[in-house]
Design a protein around this ligand. Structure first.
Ligand code: ADP
Ligand code: MG
Length: 608
């Protein structure tokens, strides 16, 4: 009896499985484990993670690692999916001062236009001019109210901007009611003696005038050209409960100088496509180009800079000259990216149309032999580089109950979406397409304007609910769920992520419906698109209808909704498609590691 291990080193995850082979050659799987890959895939730095994962799997069967008689590692594909996504847009920077926010306790209601004036300068005000008063937190609410009441006898005061969260306190003390925007932190950035418009929405409503370009034009008396320039401001104020827009008379708009640029696809015949044409057009041109040698971008443009960055980044990782690195595939997706508005007083952004791109880079053969040597040196166990990753994945996937040859697999990973098909005669076709789980997380992060990738990852993985009372929540499906016991008050009114044994409050104030929409769209844009691209390439005669069974494997096949999306899509082609269940126990994980062990029997005596 001997113990052998299969080890799959992925971009994100290193997976291991341990199997026992008895004297008659019968195989029995004993345990498996996984952990994050250490270092870049295909480098010696992977050894630490491998040893750790092996230790973990052996511990589960209470045996030391040195009882293993053979370790089989994957022959990694010489392609790396780069996760760098840049949003490419001809940024419009609007120079106009504005404030738009949702103070927790707004005061007053209505809209007004007037000239900005600091509280301390009210005595300099003129009788015929409407004024919007700006008051810093150095003055108490009592004092502010008193000063305004006093000057309101002589001056026409139409609105008030406060630094402190004291809108209601001031309002209660005013003789005449005004719209008040409070909690404006950078109040000293507000220029004085400028035309400004202010709006506070009625309770339970959002602003109507300042979130509409023509509304701003009405209040600030703008011409057609100026109205066009304030459109990004209006867009960024949609959904706010209060806002201020200040007219800055000089140099209102600066157009960005960096054009989006063109993508050049080097194939049998070179093709050129403009980024402005949008993702669908780019992907259409790419699909029509045939076998791609390299992809580059026009120099000194957004796309040109981005593709060069990927090339040089990959060059550093694989120690190759940037010139030798070839980009063999890209996935372009239409997205929205927040663009900072210059002159905003609270960091307001507006969403601009953009194109995101993930790229696939071809490198020299990855030095898996070096990893094998290093493992041998450290563990004194025979190590064999044993099989092409995608083929091993297909072998492993075949252990899913209900499958048979010919079988197609889709390996939905972090950086790339890979497809393989094994025919009855043992023939195999494989392909690697740029874009997978990490691109989905990036799209979620940019489109929702989240501060951390970690939160985007969490949003990708778990469904949402809104805690509507301490006794019940509304699930994203619309269903109501009652708690057995009342939840802690901190959850009340919040949108939460439903983790298996925990509820995580989302701090960013984004409506649940919007998060769900962005999340689903991001998954569709990446996985549905890539699944079709990849399978079409490996299908007999590139015809999807010639495929009967597709098994989904890899980390992103664990997703709670991606398999359903693909199942629905492939139903159109009469393809049976579902999440794999490797060895009827591992779910979509461990396919490559399992395949590596299974192929040992087929490979015969490849070791002593
Ligand atoms: P690789 O083979 O390249 O190492 P994996 O197969 O480990 O990659 O897949 C990694 C990807 O799987 C990551 O993008 C990660 O976010 C995603 N992932 C892992 N678990 C889940 C989950 N439960 N739901 C959705 N995505 C997941
Ligand atoms: Mg993998």
């Amino acid at each position: 009896m001997k113990l052998i291990a299969g080890v799959d080193i992925g971009n994100s995850t290193t997976e291991v499985c341990i199997s026992q082979i008895d004297s008659e050659g019968k195989m029995r799987f004993l345990s498996s484990s996984s952990r994050a890959t250490t270092g870049t895939k295909g480098t010696v730095a992977n050894t630490a993670g491998i040893i750790d994962a092996l230790g973990n799997a052996m511990e589960k069967i209470k045996k030391p690692v040195n009882e293993l008689s053979l370790i089989r590692i994957n022959e990694a594909a010489p392609v790396i999916g780069d996760t760098a996504m840049e949003t490419i847009t001809e940024t419009i920077i609007t120079e106009s001062s504005m404030i738009g926010h949702n103070p927790s306790t707004p005061a007053g209601a209505g809209q007004a236009a007037g000239m900005t004036i600091y509280l301390e300068h009210l005595s300099e005000g003129r009788e015929e001019t409407p004024y919007i008063v700006v008051a810093g937190s150095g003055t108490s609410y009592d004092e502010i109210a008193k000063t305004i009441n006093q000057h309101a006898k002589r001056l026409f005061i139409v609105g008030l901007i406060l630094q402190a969260d004291e809108g209601v306190l001031v309002e209660n003390r005013l003789d005449r009611k005004l719209p008040i925007v409070d909690e404006v932190k950078r109040i000293h950035d507000i220029p004085e003696w400028k035309e400004a418009a202010i709006e506070v929405a009625l309770a339970g409503q959002t602003i109507r005038m300042l979130s509409n370009p023509y509304g701003i034009a009405t209040l600030l008396k703008l011409n057609a050209e100026e109205t066009r320039a304030v459109t990004p401001i209006a867009k960024s104020l949609i959904g706010k409960r209060s806002a201020v827009v200040i007219k800055t008379p000089h140099g209102n708009v600066k157009e960005n100088i960096l054009p989006a640029g063109e993508i050049r696809i080097h194939a049998k015949e070179d093709c050129i496509v403009s980024i402005d044409a949008g993702a669908d057009k780019i992907m259409e041109v790419l699909a029509g180009a045939g076998e791609v040698q390299d992809i580059s971008g026009q120099k000194n443009t957004n796309i040109g800079n981005m593709l060069e960055k990927i090339r040089s980044g990959m060059g550093e990782l694989t120690k190759e000259q940037a010139g030798e690195i070839k980009i063999t595939d890209i996935l372009a997706v239409d997205t929205l990216a927040p663009v900072m508005i210059a002159g905003s007083l609270a960091g307001e952004t507006c969403m601009e149309k953009a194109v995101g791109v993930a790229a696939m880079v071809k490198t020299k053969q990855l030095p898996m032999e070096k990893i094998a040597e290093e493992l041998k040196k450290q563990l004194h166990i025979y190590v064999k580089v044993a099989g092409v990753e995608a083929v091993m994945a297909a072998l492993g996937a075949l252990t899913t109950p209900g499958t048979k040859l010919p079988l197609a697999i889709l390996d939905l990973g972090g950086g790339s979406t890979d497809a393989a098909i094994i025919h009855e005669d043992g023939n195999v076709a494989i392909t690697h397409k740029a874009g997978a789980g990490e691109l989905v997380s990036m799209l979620i992060q940019t489109e929702l304007g989240l501060s951390s990738r970690y939160i985007a990852e969490e949003i990708k993985k778990y469904p949402l609910a809104k805690i509507e009372s301490l006794y019940h929540m509304r699930l994203e499906s619309g269903a109501i769920h009652f708690f057995d016991e009342p939840v802690e008050p901190k959850y009340f009114g919040n949108v939460v992520l439903l983790k298996p044994d925990d509820m995580i409050i989302l701090e960013d104030d984004i409506p649940m419906e919007k998060i769900v929409f962005v999340r689903k769209e991001a998954k569709k844009k990446v996985f549905v698109k890539n699944a079709i691209r990849a399978l079409t390439e490996v299908a007999p005669e590139h015809n999807l209808r010639r495929i009967d069974h597709v098994v989904l494997v890899g980390g992103s096949a664990e997703d709670f909704e991606v398999p359903e999306m693909l199942m629905e899509e492939f139903a159109n082609y009469k393809i049976v498609c579902g999440r794999g269940n490797i060895r009827a126990s591992e779910g979509p994980r461990n396919a490559v590691a399992t395949g590596l062990v299974l192929s040992y029997i087929g490979a015969g005596n490849d070791h002593k």
